[in-house]
Design a binder for this molecule. Sequence first.
Ligand code: AMP
Length: 213
Amino acid sequence: MRVIFLGPPGSGKGTQAKRLVASHGIPQISTGDLLREAVRDDTPLGREANGYMTAGNLVPDRLVIALLLERIRRPDCGGGFILDGFPRTLAQAEALEEALKEKAQPVEVVVNLEIDTGEVVERLIGRRVCPNGHGEWHIRFNPPKEANRCDRCGDPLIQREDDQEESIRTRMEAYSRDTKPLIDYYRNQGLLHTIDALGNLDQVTGKIERIFS
Ligand code: AMP
């Protein structure tokens, strides 16, 4: 199964995509996670991407497309994948379509998480992540067991640099300008399933699972 999660920053794409991994046994691939890893490892890609990411701008297509296509060629993607945060531009969607056409393995489902922008800002500002990649929490909606500490490793949680108000605004603009057109792109292909992403995590997961059943 090849699935794409679309939605503005803070709509819960990553959280919901990770939940599907457990129930469907296919990898979740987040270009945001791959890029943050490259930044942490101080690779040439990470050094080039870092400035764009901190400011909340999109990383150039040529970098992200190469990164994603390399990732989905790996053996663990043989049975499919869940993409979260890719594609974010029309050029990325077309590059993906082209690459999958060669293998006759097209995208089958696009889940579009719809949410009010006011709600999104509150979700992003209150988000805290584990510095070791163990997950994310929210100070109000999904607090960790011990205040501001990772449930798995106990390290203090941090706020992503791009979860500051200024970057959030830039990310929302990038979403409206570059990513929103993909809703029509996939609707025209008959692949789009729009879900109301407001509500608690389990309710939203339930709605998503109904698409697959
Ligand atoms: P995310 O974790 O999905 O919110 O992504 C964090 C940041 O990584 C974004 O604000 C962009 O700077 C960059 N990024 C992630 N995925 C993409 C993509 N598909 N295209 C361009 N930039 C991306």
